[in-house]
Design a protein around this ligand. Structure first.
Ligand code: SAM
Length: 267
């Protein structure tokens, strides 16, 4: 007899088992976001199961298939759930690359204004209709907050630029909720090509002092960074809440990634 089972996209599994995996993902994300506090409340986090349930089918039809240098399954899932919950009226994306995360934002928030920044547009293979694209650094372009104010805006930084600098800029421009990729602690700087130093984790690492030299090797090359108070831009004082989002790799067994970090800035 012919097997009538529909083909499953890569990474999908029999529905009953997929539901078991989803329950674990929902539990981890719900717990983490509830602990973050505002703007997440019970009504908002109650929507996580539906968002997680819809994700595999969404991811299966992603137009950007190559994940090297961009977000893969785990970070895409977290980003998609966050955007779906927050429904910001304005999303700033700094670090577009091929356009995969722009696509995720557009799917989760079809009506959001998208301001997308990347100095290398030649790599972009998917563009969001209605989005505004810029080759300049976001700090050089006016980005008006939506009518509803900072509570309606989300800024996403995946651009490998100093996270301290991005915190300072975002705060000065009125943004209060930020999402970062590549928030590596000092001992993991070898894990990405150009770490966005000083990272959020480094701002919160009491063992780093002015002049601390960090040396690492990546792809056979020695790299170094000297931590300096001047480089931190006073950003540590602007952080109200920093949540390293759960690493979903041990749950999903999709390859581990940099992990996203959600930040609320002080008023
Ligand atoms: C890791 S990729 C972004 C991946 C993308 N967010 C995704 O997951 O599909 C980093 C991108 O940041 C861009 N970039 C470098 N400097 C930048 C800057 N000052 N502003 C915005 N983007 C920048 C690079 O050109 C590169 O395309």
């Amino acid at each position: 007899m012919r097997d009538e089972t529909p083909a499953l996209p890569d990474g999908m599994i029999t529905p009953g088992l997929a539901a078991r995996l989803r329950e674990r993902v929902v539990a981890r994300l719900s717990e983490a976001l509830a602990g973050f506090g505002p703007p997440f409340d019970g009504a908002m986090t109650a929507r996580i199961p539906d968002l997680v349930a819809g994700f595999d089918a969404l991811y299966a039809r992603r137009p950007v298939r190559e994940t090297k240098g961009g977000s893969g399954y785990n970070d895409s899932l977290t980003l998609s759930v966050l955007a779906g919950l927050l429904q910001p009226a304005l999303i700033v994306e700094s670090g577009v690359f091929r356009g995969h995360t722009t696509w995720l934002f557009r799917q989760a928030c079809p009506h959001a204004a998208l301001f997308c920044f990347d100095p290398a547009p030649e790599y972009r293979i998917w563009s969001a209709e209605g989005a505004r694209y810029f080759g300049e650094d976001w700090s050089a372009v006016p980005v008006p907050l939506p009518e509803g104010g900072a509570g309606q805006a989300l800024a996403f930084f995946d651009d490998h630029v100093s996270q301290a600098r991005r915190v300072r800029e975002a705060w000065e421009r009125g943004f209060r909720l930020l999402l970062f990729d590549d928030n590596f602690p000092a001992e993991h700087l070898y894990a990405t090509g150009v770490p966005p130093v000083p990272t959020l984790a480094m701002l919160q690492d009491g063992s780093l002092t002015d002049g601390t030299e960090i040396v690492w090797r990546r792809n056979g090359r020695e790299r170094r960074y000297t931590y300096s108070e001047a480089d931190t831009d006073g950003a540590a004082a602007l952080l109200d809440r920093v949540l390293v989002l759960p690493d979903l790799a041990p749950l999903t067994r999709h390859p581990p990634q940099s992990n996203l970090t959600l930040v609320r800035l002080v008023a």
